[in-house]
Ligand binder design. Structure first.
Ligand SMILES: [Zn+2]
Length: 160
């Protein structure tokens, strides 16, 4: 009887150990998903960071990014290393995307792009200049978006 109990006791310990190991491995996976981007902390795309319209619900509907105050032709810096993609739309005007893994940063209403479509840029490189292009704009500013796995989030969390 005692022997049988001892045997079960060992099985119990083994199961607990396996569960602990699974938790450790899962924790590590989660970390790599959150930290996939960076080698280093992201820098802000504009030297002067002044939010004029936050992310979230507003009178004209859901604002999928933040608006940053920027006079015409203010340099936009790459917040992280990444690959550049060009895109345009009626509402957002001239736009640029910076992609690194699951992270996608978007810059809209630009006046110029300084990095070619498909090119690789380093953190701190000037990738564009701000402007007032597109129909959904209320004067020169930078509309800045942040998405992870295609889901838009508040860019402030990326720079927290
Ligand atoms: Zn905006």
């Amino acid at each position: 009887m005692v022997l049988v109990l001892k045997k079960y006791y060992l099985y119990f310990i083994a199961i607990i150990l396996v569960i602990i190991i699974i938790y450790i491995i899962k924790g590590k996976e989660k970390k790599t998903i959150v930290q996939y981007t960076a080698q280093s902390k992201p820098i802000k795309p504009l030297k002067d960071w002044l939010i004029t319209s936050p992310y979230g619900v507003r009178a004209a509907g859901f604002h999928n990014g933040i608006d940053l105050q920027a006079p015409m032709s203010t340099p936009v810096l790459a917040p992280i290393d990444g690959v550049v993609s060009w895109t345009d739309s009626d509402a957002g005007g001239m736009q640029l995307l910076l992609i690194n893994g699951e992270v996608r940063l978007g810059f809209a209403h630009l006046s110029s792009r300084q990095a070619a479509h498909g090119s690789t840029v380093k953190q701190g490189d000037i990738i564009a200049h701000t402007g007032n292009s597109g129909t959904h704009t209320s004067g020169p500013h930078l509309h800045y978006t942040y998405s992870v796995n295609g889901i838009k989030q508040d860019p402030q969390t990326f720079h927290a």
